[in-house]
Design a protein around this ligand. Structure first.
Ligand code: ZN
Length: 351
């Protein structure tokens, strides 16, 4: 049986992204066949399209890391999931046997296989994943909103709460508000009680962030960010810097931190070799923390937090799967505010 999917058949621009038919994946024992209703596009989808360098994969490969949908088929003796149940996916399939998996840190697995990177992903009507990667969907979310949790909000969750150990009485500076992960950080940090300062080069995005609860907004194009942060914090600096911009903001990020502050990063859109400023790092005893994705137990905590707080991921725009090129263009433009989503069928927009 065939299904509709968006898949890569080469590397380059959108011309290597095809929308056509692929076989419905088989479901090995212990796996769940999920009918995908919605997915969102992530920066790594662009990376896989452009080159996928350093990521072991075979073409053609179905794109997409995150997704939400319903259980189509499970093992007869499956006790936690049932056909028809709304679910959201964790994209990382660990080996279960390496040093890190055995320690319970599957996110560090040396043989990690990610949907849409190392194996067929979610931009398709069906995907087959181990039952451990399938989580009940929080109530009150659309499939589109739920899909955004699996990569975007999970990444921000681990960065803020596991890596940077943000506390409710602390302050966090979020660079480049408007991108999905930055907005997730704003939502999560505010709901956790922290004070949030945001930056952008776009006043409209700053206005929208303030309306979402940001405590202070700085235009990084017209203002010295570090000076503005110091002014906004009584000369103290923030406890945590959250960033995925990289080189372009590194210097102001370092100068915005309080003594002993933590910088957590999950990306380097503007360059990955910033000046290290080592003297500042050791004299002021700063911590630099790298992070990517999150563990199963962190995803479970995030989903509980979403259920408890009513958090809804910000969706910038939703395209039907057939318009995946337009969705990728929208993400690449940097003009978006929130996640760019794909609906795999008409149910994706239903509450
Ligand atoms: Zn492993």
């Amino acid at each position: 049986m065939d299904m509709k999917a968006a898949f890569l058949h080469g590397h380059g621009g959108n011309e290597v992204v095809a929308v056509g038919t692929r076989p419905v994946p088989g479901r090995p024992p212990g796996h769940v066949l999920v009918r995908v209703r919605a997915a969102t596009v992530n920066r790594v989808d662009l990376y896989m399209r452009d080159s996928g360098a350093g990521i072991t994969h075979q073409l053609p490969q179905i794109m997409g890391l995150d997704g939400a949908g319903t259980v189509e088929a499970v093992d007869a003796d499956e006790s936690l999931l049932r056909p028809g149940q709304p679910v959201v996916l964790h994209p990382g399939i660990g080996c279960g046997r390496c040093e890190f998996c055995q320690r319970g840190e599957g996110v560090l697995c040396v043989r990690m296989s990610l949907l849409g990177e190392h194996r067929d992903g979610t931009f398709a009507e069906y995907v087959s994943v181990p039952a451990g990667n399938v989580f009940p969907m929080p109530s009150g979310l659309s499939f589109t909103e739920a899909a955004a949790l699996g990569v975007n909000h999970l990444t921000a969750w681990r960065m803020l709460f596991a890596q940077a150990r943000l506390k409710p009485w602390e302050s966090v500076l979020v660079f480049g508000i408007g991108g999905g992960v930055s907005l997730a950080a704003l939502q999560l940090a505010k709901l956790a009680g922290a004070r949030v300062i945001v930056t952008s080069r776009d006043d409209t995005k700053l206005e929208r962030s303030l309306s979402m609860g940001a405590d202070h907004a700085i235009n990084g194009a017209t203002t010295d960010v570090a000076k503005a942060v110091m002014a906004a914090t009584g000369g103290r600096g923030v406890d945590v810097v959250f960033e995925n911009v990289g080189a372009a903001v590194w210097s102001s990020a370092m100068k915005s931190l309080v003594r002993g502050g933590r910088l957590v990063t999950c990306g380097a859109t503007s360059g990955d070799q910033p000046p290290a400023d080592l003297r500042r790092i050791f004299i002021r005893q700063l911590q630099i923390l790298g992070s990517t994705l999150g563990d199963f137990h962190e995803f479970r905590d995030l989903l509980g937090f979403v259920e408890r707080t009513g958090l809804k991921p910000v969706i910038d725009s939703t395209y039907p799967l057939e318009q995946v090129h337009a969705a990728l263009d929208r993400l690449e433009s940097g003009a978006q505010f929130g996640k760019v989503a794909l609906s795999i069928d008409s149910a994706a927009l239903a509450p």
